[in-house]
Ligand binder design. Structure first.
Ligand SMILES: Nc1ncnc2c1ncn2[C@@H]1O[C@H](COP(=O)(O)OP(=O)(O)OP(=O)(O)O)[C@@H](O)[C@H]1O
Ligand SMILES: [Mg+2]
Length: 359
C-alpha cells in the first residue's frame, strides 16, 4: 500500500500543508526543529489512532489555534481510502467520511512500520518497551487484540484497587476470585496472540539476521517469557500470589509481566551484545515485523524512518535498502540523502514542506 497525499491543518507547526508523496521513496530533509518528525507523527497518528510522543491532544494543535486536522489519502491493492483525524480536546476519526465510534476502528487501515533511533530501547530498556513493540504490531493486524488488552488492563486496575481495599479496609478476600477468573481468561487469550507472533518472528529472525550481519558465525534466537502457558496455570499463579499481592497492593503475575529475550550465540543480547550487535538485532526485529505485516495483510506496509538512516553504517544501509524494495518509504533526515532509486525529495523549513527545488 502507499500514501498518496496528506493534508494538515494547524497540526503542530504546520498551518496548512499538503504533501503529495512518491509511491516509492520520499526523503524529507531539513534542519533541527523544522517539522520533520511532526510529519511522521501525523501519519502515525492516523495509522495507530495515537501519537508516539504527545501526552495530551492539545499539544498536537498549533499554538494559539483551537483545533487541528490530519487527512491521509491512501491506496491499497483493491481500494482507496481516507482517514481523517479531527483534534480538539479529544480526537475524532473519520474513515471515508464516516465518523468512527472507537479509535480502535481505524487502527490497521493504514499499515505502517516505524523505524526511529529510539528503537534500540526495545533491546536496552525494560520489558515494557518490548511488550509495547509486540502489542503495537499485533494491534495493527488483529483489531480484536486491542479490545482484549483494554479489557485486561481494566480488570487489572480493578483487582489492584481491590487488593488495597483488602489491606486497608478489611474487604473480603474471597471476592478476589472474581477478578482472578477474569484475568486468567484474558491473560490466556493475549498470551496466545503473543506466542503466535513471537513464533512468526522466530521463523524469520535467523535468515533476516544473516542478510544484514552477513557473517554466518552468529546464531540469533528469540524467546517468549511468560508466567504461564494455559488458562489453568494463569489462574493457579494468581491464587498462589494472592497474599503477596495484598501486601504489595498490586498484581505480581500475569501477561502485564511478559517479556521476550533475544539471544546471540545463546547469550542474552541485552547483556552481552556489543553496540553494533544490538543495532543489527533491532534492525532484524523491525524487518521481521515488516515481513509479518506483509504476510498477514497481503500488502506492503509503509515504512516511516524518522532520522533513522544516519543510524546505519554503509553496510547495513545497503542491506536495509535491499530488504525494503517494493515498499513506500518516508525518510526524514537532516542531511539530504541522494538515492539512485526513484525518489522524491522534500525540504522542510519552519513548518513548510516543499519539493526540493534542486531536483
Ligand atoms: N503545538 C505546536 N504548535 C506549534 N509548533 C509546535 C507545536 N508542537 C511542536 N512545535 C514545534 O515543532 C518543532 C519541532 O518539530 P519536529 O519535532 O518535527 O522537528 P524536527 O524537524 O524533526 O527536528 P529534529 O531534526 O531536531 O528532530 C519545534 O520547533 C516545536 O516548537
Ligand atoms: Mg525529528
Amino acid at each position: 500500500m502507499y500514501i498518496d497525499k496528506i493534508i494538515l491543518e494547524n497540526f503542530r507547526n504546520y498551518e496548512k500543508q499538503q504533501i503529495n508523496f512518491n509511491k516509492n521513496i520520499n526523503i524529507i530533509y531539513g534542519n533541527n526543529a523544522q517539522g520533520k518528525t511532526n510529519l511522521i507523527e501525523s501519519i502515525f497518528l492516523c495509522a495507530y489512532g495515537k501519537s508516539f510522543r504527545a501526552k495530551k491532544e492539545t499539544e498536537l494543535i498549533k499554538f494559539s489555534k483551537e483545533n487541528a486536522s490530519i487527512e491521509v489519502f491512501y491506496d491499497k491493492t483493491d481500494r482507496k481510502g481516507k482517514i481523517k483525524a479531527e483534534i480538539k480536546d479529544k480526537k475524532t476519526f473519520f474513515y471515508n467520511g464516516i465518523k468512527q465510534n472507537k479509535i480502535s476502528d481505524i487502527v490497521g487501515k493504514i499499515n505502517v512500520v516505524i523505524f526511529t533511533p529510539d528503537d534500540i530501547d526495545i533491546i536496552k530498556s525494560g520489558p515494557g518497551k518490548r511488550r509495547k513493540f509486540l502489542d503495537m504490531m499485533i494491534s495493527s493486524l488483529k483489531p480484536n487484540y486491542i479490545h482484549l488488552l483494554n479489557t485486561y488492563n481494566k480488570i487489572l486496575e480493578q483487582r489492584n484497587n481491590y487488593l488495597k481495599q483488602i489491606k486497608f479496609e478489611n474487604k473480603n478476600i474471597s471476592m478476589l476470585d472474581i477478578w482472578d477468573e477474569q484475568l486468567a481468561e484474558y491473560s490466556f487469550k493475549i498470551y496466545e496472540y503473543r506466542k503466535y507472533f513471537i513464533e512468526k518472528i522466530s521463523e524469520k529472525i535467523e535468515s533476516i539476521h544473516n542478510l544484514i550481519a552477513k557473517c554466518g558465525k552468529e546464531d540469533i534466537k528469540i524467546k517468549y517469557i511468560s508466567n504461564s502457558k494455559d488458562q489453568k496455570s494463569f489462574l493457579e499463579n494468581l491464587k498462589k500470589t494472592q497474599s503477596i499481592d495484598i501486601n504489595r497492593g498490586y498484581t505480581s503475575t500475569g501477561i502485564h509481566r511478559d517479556d521476550f529475550i533475544i539471544y546471540i550465540n545463546s547469550k542474552p543480547i541485552s547483556i552481552f551484545g556489543s553496540q553494533g550487535q544490538q543495532r543489527t538485532a533491532i534492525l532484524t526485529l523491525k524487518l521481521c515485523e515488516l515481513n509479518i505485516v506483509k504476510e498477514e495483510i497481503g500488502e506492503s506496509p509503509i515504512l516511516l524512518l524518522d532520522d533513522y538512516m544516519s543510524e546505519l553504517d554503509e553496510k547495513r544501509r545497503k542491506s536495509f535498502l535491499e530488504n525494503i524494495k517494493g515498499n513506500q518509504v518516508i525518510i526524514t533526515c537532516t542531511d539530504k540523502i541522494e538515492l539512485k532509486n526513484e525518489s522524491s525529495i522534500f525540504y522542510v523549513e519552519n513548518g513548510i514542506c516543499e519539493i526540493d527545488k534542486q531536483n
